[in-house]
Design a protein. Structure first.
Length: 172
């Protein structure tokens, strides 16, 4: 019942339970490339909650930042839903053992990762694109928390066909 209430409060964006900092991070994760974040978040909640089903905000925020960064990195280096299972399940075990989530056993080569990011096509059809744009929007203090019912689509600001025909951009 505690876990069901936790997710109900997330879905209702309960401001009495969660700060704007937490709600913004959860909103960004709602656009994550897959739903594996919900499993590890559930395990985190069940293990780290106190007797009142509350969690320490700073630690929860740090946890959400960590899983967001890792999920994004993995979406670029190892696309596909199933690829995240191994690292996420390993981190779930660490949570149960009382260890911090770090994904240390799944680190990337910096050079290889930089090359993959540079060659990655951030297109409208990739969920990570919306997730990153949403994260960027929330970096501005004045950006309010948005309703989880809000769905975003990415529109081209300058159509590719127009650029091909007119060559109007100095840097396509």
């Amino acid at each position: 019942m505690s876990l069901a209430r936790f997710w109900q409060d997330i879905n209702n964006q309960d401001t009495e339970r969660f700060s704007d900092r937490i709600l913004k991070r959860l909103f960004v994760l709602s656009y994550a490339p897959n739903g594996m974040w919900t499993y590890i978040t559930s395990v985190y909640f069940m293990h780290c909650r106190n007797e009142n089903d509350e969690m320490e905000e700073r630690a929860f925020c740090r946890f959400l930042d960590c899983i967001t960064a890792f999920i994004w990195a993995y979406a670029i280096t190892n696309p596909g839903v199933n690829s995240l299972r191994t690292p996420v399940y390993a981190e779930m075990v660490k949570i149960i053992k009382g260890e911090e989530v770090t994904f240390n056993d799944f680190k990337f080569s910096e050079e290889r990762y930089r090359a993959q990011v540079a060659n990655y096509a951030f297109s409208n059809s990739r969920a990570i694109t919306k997730s990153m744009i949403t994260w960027w929007a929330f970096q501005h203090d004045k950006q309010s928390v948005l309703s989880l019912e809000t769905r975003f689509d990415i529109e081209h600001i300058y159509a590719r066909n127009r650029q091909d025909k007119e060559r109007g951009l100095s840097n396509p």
